[in-house]
Ligand binder design. Structure first.
Ligand code: GLV
Length: 320
């Protein structure tokens, strides 16, 4: 394991007779640490901060499975894993609700200017209630544009509909899951979504195909009073273009849980009042992280028994 994760999973793996080595420092593992640990590993429980590329896999001749402690797995080179017949698994389902909750928290914080209000109170600068103080945006009746209608996008749609928002979404095909969650939701072309949405929220898995999907052209196509949310993966947006969009008023605000080059954040975002910036907390609840850990352990144990892991990523299904 490249890093300490909830103890339940370590216990489950040890109880099954596996020798578990955990990188003892509580920070993202360095390349050197990974190269040191992987050559003797049969299984690797990886974090999204571990770049599992061909060179690293090459250093791990015994490796049978990389169990990613995340639903996203863009940190893993899938063709390289396929070539070496190494299973790759993720943790779908268990973090859907937590990530959707976090997206709504970001939206509410941004729309109602919570960070600005809190800073005022904590900074001792609050002079009392004011009729024009920190006026925000009503969500009721506004249009939420969901980009990517998988489990998380659909869960966000359901929550936003409960706040009275109207839902439009863009995805490659019709999503019965999203439309089942929100009967009035309408699938629209991407350009239509950009033009119509008051809030645009990204829920796409990252791949090269969506790199900088949100850049100068897309931000300029959005409404000038629109809000942009990204709780998926940072490189879906071009952070430099986002800064220009916020500075020059192409859009009104942004709520981010993910960044292009984590953990660094574009310095200008830090000084803007119309941003809410979180440190990649989407799945960060105790119960969710326990469930993610158990799912990763279950996948490892299945492979160790010679079985198909339950959460094998679809791109590698031919391996099973
Ligand atoms: C978190 O970002 C995840 O992919 O689980």
């Amino acid at each position: 394991m490249s890093r300490e994760i909830p103890e339940v999973a370590v216990e489950a793996l040890r109880a099954a007779g596996l020798v578990v080595e955990v990188n003892p420092v509580d920070r993202a593992a360095t390349r050197e640490e990974l190269y040191l640990g992987l050559p003797r590993a049969d299984a690797f429980l990886a974090c999204l901060t571990d770049r599992v590329d061909a060179a690293l896999l090459e250093s791990a001749p015994r490796l049978k499975v990389v169990a990613n402690f995340a639903v996203g797995y863009n940190n893993i080179d899938l063709p390289a894993a396929r070539e070496r017949r190494i299973f790759v698994t993720n943790t779908p389902g268990v973090l859907t609700a937590a990530t959707a909750d976090l997206t709504l928290a970001l939206l509410l914080a941004l729309a109602r200017r919570l960070a600005e209000g809190e800073a005022l109170v904590r900074g001792g600068r609050w002079k009392g209630w004011g009729p024009l103080q920190l006026l925000g945006l009503d969500l009721e009746g506004r249009i939420l544009g969901i980009v990517g209608a998988g489990a998380i996008g659909s869960a966000v749609a359901r929550r936003a509909a409960a706040f009275g928002m109207r839902i439009i979404y863009h995805s490659r095909s019709r999503s019965s899951r999203l439309e089942g969650n929100v009967p009035g939701a309408v699938r629209v072309p991407f350009e239509h979504l950009l033009r119509e949405a008051d809030v645009v929220s990204v829920h796409l898995p990252y791949s090269a195909a969506v790199h900088h999907l949100f850049g100068e052209r897309t931000f300029r196509a959005m409404k000038r009073d629109a809000l942009f949310l990204n709780t998926a993966r940072g490189p879906v947006h071009d952070e430099g273009a986002l800064v220009r969009a916020l500075k020059e008023g192409w859009i009104a605000g942004a709520g981010l849980d993910v960044y292009e080059k984590e953990p660094s954040v574009h310095p200008e975002l830090l000084t803007m009042p119309n941003t809410v910036l979180l440190p990649h907390l989407g799945s960060a609840t105790r119960r969710t992280r326990d469930r993610m850990a158990m799912l990763a352990a279950t996948n490892i144990l299945a492979v160790m028994r010679g079985e198909r892991p339950p959460n094998l990523v679809p791109e590698l299904s031919a391996l099973a």
